[in-house]
Design a protein around this ligand. Structure first.
Ligand code: A3P
Length: 346
């Protein structure tokens, strides 16, 4: 009788145990997959009054709160940072470009740092007249909530090439830090073209071949009227910025190296932003299926960038590539000279 009862009890415990383990595994998988789908979840209606419109990455902040303790270790006590300390701060650093340079990857990777909070969307405040007319408070309210010790970073790649932007940013904060991520100019131009081509294909439209756009058929020279070419003349755009900001306020990120070897590039940015080094190899893992590095926040949360990052480029006539590289060469030399960063592009 006793043996029967013991067996019955064992069986019950086994069932309860498997149920508990099953639920736990389900929760872990669900939270993990949600994070991949929605790394930041705006929670509407939970924040009162003026905060309603703002992005409120609660889960991300809870995660960051944990990291913030780590970040502060040794500096001060480990007291809890109350949620009511959260504020929407203007950015202390902006990724101003360059389009297709790896701006999204850079922003997401910097966001691994406990002291950095990213504005998820491209805000286009300084390059869009309509937005700019809404005023600086509108811009601030577009920023995520953060703790006063953290820094907010936004990225809008159109800033780099838009005439009015340097002056407008200067008026907001003349000592702001500016990040420019660049790739080898011809590759960047092809990447730019690929994005536009994909947009056309999605709408069932046809589009010119890259060669036709990049080379003027009348002169057989590089077509400098083509936007993808002009954007890659980095030095021309940078010179406009230098009318407002000294070169020390810029940091050039090597976008080609960020693809293959992200950590050293991120460490240089941490240094430039005067942040203690906190991003480690643990936070970055190579995903063979994606062919890119992905982000690991902790044992549960990881994510790769969306499929729109890392498109396959169309094949381009090698003679056109050679012509473009020759065209960009003197501009690149000037860019290295001004920025003090030599990138050894062909
Ligand atoms: P391609 O699509 O040409 O490969 P941006 O975010 O400025 O639009 O830049 C997009 C580029 O970021 C992609 O260009 C891709 O090569 C690059 N990139 C860099 N690191 C990446 C990463 N970890 N995952 C996906 N794309 C990355």
């Amino acid at each position: 009788m006793l043996l029967k009862q013991q067996a019955w009890l064992r069986q019950k415990l086994l069932v309860l145990g498997s149920l508990a383990v099953g639920s736990l595994l389900y929760l872990v998988a669900r939270v993990g997959s949600l994070d991949r789908l929605q790394p930041i979840c705006p929670i509407e209606g939970r924040v009162s009054g003026a905060h309603n419109q703002a992005e409120f990455p609660l889960r991300a902040l809870q995660f960051k709160r944990g990291l913030l303790h780590e970040f502060r270790k040794g500096n001060s006590s480990k007291e809890q940072v109350p949620l009511h300390d959260l504020v929407q701060q203007l950015p202390k650093a902006i990724i101003i470009g360059v389009r297709k340079g790896g701006t999204r990857a850079l922003l997401e990777m910097l966001n691994l740092h406990p002291a950095v909070v990213k504005a998820s969307q491209e805000i286009h405040f300084f390059d869009n007249d309509e937005n700019y007319a809404k005023g600086i408070d509108w811009y601030r309210k577009k920023m995520p909530f953060s703790y006063p010790q953290q820094i907010t970073i936004e990225k809008s790649p159109a800033y780099f090439i838009t005439e009015e932007v340097p002056e407008r940013i200067y008026k907001m904060n003349s000592s702001i830090k500016l990040l420019i991520i660049v790739r080898e100019p011809t590759t960047r131009a092809i990447s730019d073209y690929t994005q536009v081509l994909e947009g056309k294909e999605r709408k069932n439209k046809t589009y010119y071949k890259f060669e036709k756009l990049a080379i003027d058929p009348n002169t057989c020279e590089v077509n400098t009227k083509y936007k993808a070419v002009r954007t890659s003349i980095y030095t021309k755009h940078l010179e406009r910025w230098l009318k407002y900001f000294p070169i020390e306020q810029f940091h050039v990120v090597d976008g080609d190296r960020l693809i293959t070897e992200p950590l050293p590039e991120l460490q240089l940015v941490e240094k430039f932003l005067n942040l203690p080094p906190r991003i480690s190899q643990y936070n970055l893992y190579f995903n063979a299926t994606r062919g890119f590095y992905c982000l690991r926040f902790n044992i549960i949360f990881n994510k790769c960038l969306a499929g729109s990052k890392g498109r396959i480029h169309p094949e381009v006539d090698p003679s056109v590539i050679t012509k473009l590289r020759k065209f960009f060469h003197p501009f690149n030399q000037k860019f290295y000279q001004i920025t003090g960063r030599t990138l050894n592009w062909p």
